[in-house]
Design a protein around this ligand. Structure first.
Ligand code: SF4
Length: 330
């Protein structure tokens, strides 16, 4: 692993073993994140984004979930080999997570200051007074006056609550923050402020960030790299400029053509027809083939492999693979 890579996920598969069958939520995912970089993980609901994040955090509910293959290298160390105690020490200190709805992350009967100080004391050997002092600093960092330390969540607006959640995530100076749809529950105007705050803090503190979203606009504003996820696979990934200006995968193209554009006079948006397949019942071959306008005979038989296009741009599609598109499958 090269030195500037903080996180490298290799061949990760996470399945849920249910009475109805095996739900293949994440399949052979490859992903890497450099130090100080922000990566957007994009896909529709059910694509496997959150399960990937839970895998990194060691929080896949087991049973029914299980990591069935792969490695999650964090600073070169495989997180999947850590025991529960070691993983608990990692969480919050080295890697922290911001969830979609601030109300599920905050305790309604604790003051905001106590909630931040509690995380600090859990991971750092500080006195109560020092932890409170640090909590006040972190609160100020996210734009909330320290005088509001003693207030409770119900006294804060949605946007302010999400700022506190960000403060909790930053409290122990983690190397990686995973933000799962961090602005979805907020009003549009507040979304922009929270994203701006996250970008500003990220560049000041040089923290790596994985932003999980279904919104390509959020990615364009905040990320340097992007990975597009479909049916538990990364189908295309690379630098923002390569993915946005030289889009290769038919699914990524579909995502862009379903977006309203201010710069071009597109009269009608073109949504991707059909639905993502049930992860308990994935089709043979390429899982996108039932929805793909470019589907070829090989696509219904053989799952494509990753193809590197240079400059870190990767695509998983037979249009770009080693197989001849007209290959005889008989
Ligand atoms: Fe479409 Fe075939 Fe590429 Fe899948 S492999 S995205 S079906 S062209």
């Amino acid at each position: 692993m090269s030195d500037d890579k903080l996180l490298e996920i290799k061949d990760l598969s996470i399945h849920y073993f249910t009475e109805e069958g095996i739900v293949r939520a994440v399949n052979n995912v490859q992903l890497s994140l450099r130090r100080g970089e922000t990566l957007g993980l994009v896909g529709e609901t059910g694509a496997g984004k959150t399960t990937t994040a839970l895998g990194i955090m060691g929080l896949v509910p087991d049973p029914p979930g299980r990591v069935v293959s792969g490695e999650i290298l964090f600073g070169g160390r495989d997180l999947l080999r850590l025991n529960k105690g070691q993983m608990r020490r990692h969480r919050g200190k080295d890697i922290s997570m911001i969830f979609q709805d601030p109300m599920t992350s905050l305790n309604p009967i604790m003051t905001m200051g106590d909630q931040i100080a509690e995380v600090i004391r859990l991971h750092e050997k500080l006195s109560r007074a020092d932890a409170n002092r640090k909590a006040a600093q972190v609160l100020e960092m996210v734009g909330i006056p320290a005088q509001r330390m003693n207030e409770y969540p119900h006294q804060f607006s949605g946007g302010m609550k999400q700022r506190v959640v960000i403060a909790i995530a930053l409290a122990c100076n983690p190397q990686l923050i995973i933000a799962d749809e961090p602005t979805t529950a907020l009003d549009v105007t507040i979304q922009a402020q929270v994203l701006e705050l996250m970008s500003q803090l990220q560049s000041e503190l040089h923290t790596s960030m994985l932003i999980i979203t279904h919104d390509l606009g959020v990615v364009a504003d905040s990320c340097q790299s992007v990975a597009i996820m479909y049916a538990g696979r990364i189908v295309e990934s690379g630098r923002i400029e390569d993915i946005y200006e030289d889009t290769k995968h038919p699914y990524t193209k579909g995502l862009f053509s379903s977006l309203p554009s201010l710069s071009t006079k597109v009269k009608r948006l073109k949504p991707i027809l059909g639905l993502m397949p049930d992860p308990a019942n994935l089709p043979a071959g390429c899982p996108f083939h039932p929805r793909c306008d470019s589907c070829m005979p090989i696509c219904t038989e053989l799952d494509p492999q990753d193809t590197g296009l240079g400059n870190g741009h990767m695509v998983r599609c037979h249009l770009y693979g080693q197989h001849d598109a007209g290959e005889d499958l008989a």
